[in-house]
Design a protein around this ligand. Sequence first.
Ligand code: SF4
Length: 614
Amino acid sequence: MTKILLTNSVKPYPTDPWNETMTDGTAQRFTKGQDIFTINIHAHCHANHLLAQNISIPSEVLEYPTWEIFTAKIKEEYDYVGISFFPMHMDNVLRMCKYIRKESPATKIILGSYGGQSFASTFDEEEAKEYADYVCLGEGIQFLRDLLGEPTDAPIEERLLPKCGGTVSWLDKRPKGSAGFLISGLGCAGGCDFCSTTQLYGQKRHQLLSGRQVAEEIKRYRRVYPDLQQVMVIEEDHFRVPEHLLEIGEELRREPEYLADIDYLTFGSTGNIQKFADKYGWEELALTGVGVLFIGLESKFAGEHGYDKRADGESKEVFKNLHNIGIRTIGAWMCGWDFHDRTNIQEDLEWMISLNPTYYQLTRVSPFPGTPFWKRAKEENRLLDVPWEDVHFWSGAHKAANFEGHELLDFIERGYEKLYETWGASITNKTFVHLNGYRFCRNAKSEILRDHKSQYHKKIAASLYPFIGACERFAPNGRVRRRMFKLEEFYRETLGEPTKSQRLLANYLARRAAKGKKWEEKDPQNRHPRDEICKLYRYDKNQGEMSDTSFPYEVEYPERGLPFYAYKLGQTLTRRKLGAVSGIVQAVSKVYATEDIDEILGRRLQNGAFSTGF
Ligand code: SF4
């Protein structure tokens, strides 16, 4: 039987310019700079799970291996080892390849993902052969099936990919998963010259799951995990394929009770979102079940410089309308364009801030190897020689036309600070949007929005209410403090007086936040950039008939040693502590009880749902 191991790079991983872990996109990007309200998440290496689920032979998926675990696995003499990685992990991966070549010379090595693209673009053929037998450029399932002699047109399935979860670190450093994951489409026809995604997938979209499949898997997640809040659906610019989005909505609405319990994150661009709204209306957008949109804005001036995915001027309206109907946003902005000078860069940043994105990502225009932007920078002799570990979203690998590298990092850092000093923490931005969503749905024409979707907004806003006090207590300035008082008022006007359990929990969170604040001053988090704990998933494919809720894999924890035991101990103690708090909240809610909100709050907490989601 052919043996295959799918892995990512060995640890430890490089950090970003602020010494933060790059395996946690939420802390390091979407909620960066929010003091003690930055959200930490744990994430998984989903690309390898997707491959393992869609080949017919048994396989193993190794996540975040140490060198010792990786080398021990290689001694098992696999026929194939596939390494999916990012460019910044190149040095680690080359070392892994050399080790495989030496210790298990018959093993064929496959490199893939954005790291594979960088490898293929920078190593010549002879050199490349020393390290790898194959580089997968493009959609990996077809590639791997073809390599293994399996039918390439067999249906694609995704089932219960491992969950991610996140919350503030002073509550839970390693929160239980509260969000599922699906990859419904890869690639994008947008063709933006800096974008690795459009380059890797040949400037087109490859559909992996139909809208119906996405909706079915969202429902399955919910049946298996009754307190799951969200599923992240990877689909670049989903609004280029509105029929797919509409199909997800239609299928979810067949059992509308799901809309009261779960939503999903997907991707969009303001131009295409506006087109969708013009054609179908904003209410139809709410009916698709979308909860969060990652929106690549790039820059206020992007439209004038050939990035036609949005028409200038409309972004403010789009963001406002999305927030009004209960959809949260992740706004992504970049600096260091050739058209940026010392005047318009500030105007651009202020424009970005004015959109009030719920979450945000500020990065530097970076030349990822293989993209047209990288090729142009190379021709113009503007590529700088930086180590692979610095090839990422804040890369200094490119000489900007009008700025020094450190100035751009300053703009980014200052941008994060200004976003926080203007709007406060994302947890409270999110609460505002859910309250808007509740009001919108209660007044909507659609009965489904009125009866079901409104309940989702109510539950999430109620479970976030207890954070408002802590965000007020530790607000960065009086403006944000006032905003917190306004939020409290808005909550009362929309959902009524908070219950005794909510107030009790608010009290508890304010005290924990005070401890968190002291701790952060004493020992800042970026002193200890976190690496994930290693996990091994076995896909044995011999389970026979699977029930609706059975898993296609079994999980093992191969890591031992201090980091692992500290992780396990920390997790156990935190679960106990939070379990006790949720027990008290539930008891209070039983005594006074009454409100459905109390019951929901207690149950969510019991299930580790201090996780905040997006
Ligand atoms: S629209 Fe977004 S995903 Fe598509 S090519 Fe442009 S940057 Fe990439």
